[in-house]
Design a protein around this ligand. Structure first.
Ligand code: ASP
Length: 354
């Protein structure tokens, strides 16, 4: 083959550079066009926790989970599109729907403590005002997310726990149920298995209940939403972790750990091993990386979930949404049940990396 002369070589290099530049320009514009495309904006996203690993999933359960996530998105969408519907309404409505399903570890399907009870936590936050509300360790409130919102809107406090939260919810006229309402066959079997394991391992009284099962069947629920007024909101609800000691509180009701919303940054709801999420202030950290380091929502969520939590042994994930409708779902586990709705009315549902 003929060798190129110096002049020909230079000309080819120049042409190549021009093509590369033009391609970069077009691609660059395409991605900003995508971000500006209002139809692509996510306006509501939910998660149903880390859930089962792919190899444990059955086709029947997958179908049920997907259907329940769709119902929750649809419920949230209606609230968002109602006259004067706000992101807070959408978050509350979507989470209530998930709390009413026995499939998730929140409300009805809450897991059992080491003592064989159900203790529920939830929180909600308004991204415009930074108002927030939460309840922890409640045992008779049917929908803890609604109680969290009541604390935010109808009390001077941010967080109420245990009996105080229950008395408050009762006085506010919220739905109160017998603790037996939260008993479900599946969760009861989970805790029986756990107790049996502890018996076999001959754990001392002090060691019991301390060991939770990392990565197994965490099905906490959460939602983030963006309304027509450009306001963000986030909320999270959970039964905590199977076999937790009574009185243990995880990240879900802790503002800045499991939930955060800030119009100047993003709305975040987390799921995973709560102790790590509290220590790393995960929801606030994602927001801070966007605000102060100008990271995209994807990068901010990815950095916390993969670079900070994972090396420390913290398993879990988060969904995050900013005021432009950019959405991120980041997890360092096998999957995270999730669904999202774009402005053009399309819903996507995913359980793992599929
Ligand atoms: N983060 C929750 C907790 O630690 C558990 C979960 O997400 O499933 O209470």
């Amino acid at each position: 083959m003929r060798r190129l002369s110096f002049a020909e070589h230079a000309m080819w290099q120049h042409t190549f550079r021009l093509v590369a530049l033009a391609t970069g320009f077009i691609l660059g514009n395409m991605s900003s066009a995508r971000a500006d495309d209002r139809d692509q904006q996510v306006i509501l996203a939910i998660h149903g926790g880390i859930g089962l690993e792919r190899h444990e999933m059955t086709p029947e359960l997958s179908k049920e989970l997907r259907a329940a996530l769709r119902v929750a998105i649809e419920t949230g969408r209606k609230a968002l599109e109602a006259e004067r519907g706000s992101s807070l309404d959408a978050v509350e409505a979507a989470i209530r729907s998930l709390e009413d399903s026995p499939l998730f570890n929140a409300g009805r399907g809450a897991v059992f403590t080491h003592e064989g009870r159900n203790e529920l936590d939830a929180s909600i936050m308004n991204g415009r005002t930074k108002a927030a509300g939460s309840v922890a360790s409640v045992t008779i409130i049917k929908n803890p997310i609604t109680a969290a919102r009541a604390v935010m809107e109808r009390s001077p406090h941010v967080m109420l726990i245990g009996r105080g939260a229950e008395v408050f919810a009762t006085r506010q006229g919220l739905d109160i149920v017998d603790p037996g309402y939260f008993w479900t066959e599946q969760r009861w079997r989970d805790i029986q298995r756990r107790w049996e394991k502890e018996r076999q391992e001959k754990k001392t009284r002090d060691q019991q209940g301390a060991a939770v099962e990392p990565g197994h069947a965490w099905g906490t629920v959460g939602a983030v939403a963006l309304d027509r007024g450009g306001d963000l909101a986030a909320g999270t609800s959970t039964g905590g972790m199977t076999n937790k000691l009574f009185g243990r509180v995880g990240d879900s009701p802790i503002i800045g750990a499991g939930t955060y919303a800030d119009n100047a940054g993003c709305a975040v709801s987390c799921t995973g091993h709560g102790e790590f999420f509290i220590r790393f202030g995960v929801a606030h950290e994602i927001n801070a990386l966007m605000k102060y380091r100008n990271l995209s929502i994807d990068k901010a969520a990815g950095e916390v979930i993969h670079q900070q939590l994972k090396p420390a042994g913290g398993e879990g994930g988060a969904i995050a949404l900013d005021k432009h409708g950019n959405f991120a779902a980041s997890y360092n586990t096998d999957g995270m049940y999730r669904a999202w709705l774009t402005r053009d009315g399309k819903t996507q549902v995913k359980l793992h990396d599929d």
